[in-house]
Design a protein around this ligand. Structure first.
Ligand code: NDP
Length: 480
């Protein structure tokens, strides 16, 4: 296949900066898929200045919220029109099963629709202050917003940020992940065709340490919304601190599924496999820590590893495949080192990756399941971001909660029990931003999403995301 060259998108047109490129590999083959413009700090500066000029001109923020909503609605439709192209690209650039890629592209369209409708629902308050007069609040866009996106759900997470940021009138500069910039780049022409004024949505590509840092540290970026690793998030906080820029962070996770003995063990085991191994475990919400009551531990472990064995691993473009390759060779090797560390630290490998035969080309990694693990083990504490899970046994409700909370993260989790009182008691005490009872669904476009502890700051999605991209202004009018 002829290698594609992709430009960044600045001021409503393709932008190649100094003409340098980096390569994007196709994880299923290990071959180069595309070359993409590698922008430097001066290019990021140009994108930010373009966004600033358009923001101050009022060309977008001064349109009525209803009108901005109509433009977002057209973006949603254009995404739906391109669902096949976008899904194929997404599947190929990260090795994601095509079935999942389609779902995610359609959910990204849903996300634009949600914020299209939400645009004119954001309003302020009137406040009964003690001075005679009228006191009221309005919400104004933050200004120029930098949106930094990871590779695991590249198009969907871009939508999570772009849609609310545009809905409330900001200008944005998006920095996609270097493993997966292609679908995000498609959003430039889509926004233009839908009627977003040129220069309001810009997309800069290049290495995080260079292009991303230039954006996060730019003096004229009012806010950074970041999704990615906790260490990168902490660096972004430090970069933003000097100018007191606004920052929201969606970071890593190490989420638990807690299983009490009064459940349908088979059904919960099947669901738990999906929540731990979907997207090859490359999911910030992956429930990779199974906490199982002693009475059902043996039966659960047997069923769980049985369902993991049934996962079909192979070509992501095959619609029957459950798991494709991991995103890169470096990431696959990192996951392998975690599996080795589990064995070295004394965990029992219930299901070894060697039990599978996976394609030898590309970046494939078969699943692993560990039991007999303790809280102190690396595989229980650190986010592996791959197809590896651990099973721990508990005896009491208190112990389950303590084990669930025994990591630095607090993003997601599931509790399974027929005793709804117990399930809710546990749900309230697990320190995480989202939690599902008798379900593995942890993300809803209409509801807030984000983490406690080292999993982040702020809430995306739902109406909360509109607050993330606006400032509150209080106005007092004397009436005497
Ligand atoms: P990274 O933190 O490595 O990268 C995320 C983004 O930040 C990429 O665009 C990257 O660019 C960029 N970046 C890297 N270094 C810098 C820097 N110094 N300054 C500015 N930008 C930088 O994360 P991954 O892409 O590896 O994503 C995986 C992580 O994301 C996991 O930890 C996962 O848990 C987390 N995640 C969290 C979610 C949540 O909502 N809580 C959702 C999805 C993922 P480049 O690609 O060029 O390096």
């Amino acid at each position: 296949m002829a290698m594609d060259k992709w430009a960044a998108w600045v001021g409503g047109a393709p932008y190649t900066g100094a003409g340098e490129y980096f390569t994007v590999d196709e994880p299923a083959t290990g071959h180069v898929l595309a070359e993409v413009s590698k922008l430097g700090p001066e290019d990021v500066d140009r994108a930010v200045r373009t966004a600033r000029t358009q923001f101050e001109s009022g060309v977008w923020q001064n349109q009525s919220a209803t009108q901005r909503g109509k433009v977002l609605l057209r973006m949603a439709q254009l995404i739906r029109d391109e669902v096949e192209t976008l899904s194929q690209l997404e599947a190929r650039q990260v090795g994601k099963p095509i079935r999942d890629a389609r779902d995610e592209v359609l959910t990204a369209a849903d996300c634009f629709e949600f914020y299209a409708g939400a645009a004119n629902k954001l309003h302020g308050d009137t406040i009964p202050v003690s001075q005679p007069g009228l006191d009221y609040t309005i919400r104004v866009p933050v200004g120029v917003v930098g949106l930094i996106v990871p590779w695991n759900f590249p198009f969907l997470i871009t939508a999570w940020k772009v849609a609310p940021a545009l809905a409330v009138g900001n200008s944005v500069v998006v920095k996609p992940a270097s493993y997966a910039p292609l679908t995000a780049l498609k959003l430039g022409p889509i926004a233009q065709a839908a009627g977003v004024p040129d220069g309001v949505l810009n997309i800069v590509t290049g290495p995080g340490g260079q292009t991303g840092e230039a954006l996060a540290s730019h003096h004229d970026v009012d806010k950074i919304a970041f999704t990615g690793e906790t260490t990168t998030g902490s660096r972004i906080l430090a970069l933003a601190a000097a100018r007191v820029a606004r920052v929201s962070l969606e970071l890593g996770g190490k989420s638990p599924t807690i299983v009490f003995p009064d459940v349908d063990v088979d059904m919960v085991a099947r669901l738990a496999v999906a929540s731990a191994y979907a997207n090859g475990g490359q999911d910030c919400c992956a429930r990779s820590r199974l906490l199982v009551h002693r009475d059902i531990a043996e039966a659960f472990t047997e069923r769980f590893q049985g369902y993991v064995r049934q996962l079909k691993i192979g070509d992501p473009l095959d619609p029957t495949v459950d798991m494709g390759p991991l995103v890169s060779l470096a990431h696959r090797d990192r996951v392998r080192r975690y599996v080795e560390s589990g064995v070295q630290e004394g965990a029992r490998l219930v299901l070894a990756p060697e039990a599978y035969s996976v394609p030898t080309h590309g970046f494939y990694q078969a699943p692993a399941v560990f039991s007999e693990v303790s809280e102190s083990m690396t595989i229980v504490q650190e986010e592996i971001f791959g197809p590896v899970s651990t099973i721990q046994v508990f005896d009491t409700e208190e112990e389950a909660i303590a084990k669930a909370n025994a990591t630095p993260y607090g993003l997601s989790g599931s509790v399974f029990s027929r005793d709804i009182g117990r399930a809710l008691r546990v749900a309230h005490r697990v320190k995480s931003g989202v939690l599902s009872v008798n379900s593995i669904k942890s993300v809803h476009l209409e509801a807030p999403f984000g983490g406690f502890k080292m999993s982040g700051i702020g809430r995306e999605l739902g109406l909360e995301a509109l607050e993330l991209y606006t400032e509150v202004k209080n106005i007092f009018v004397a009436l005497d």
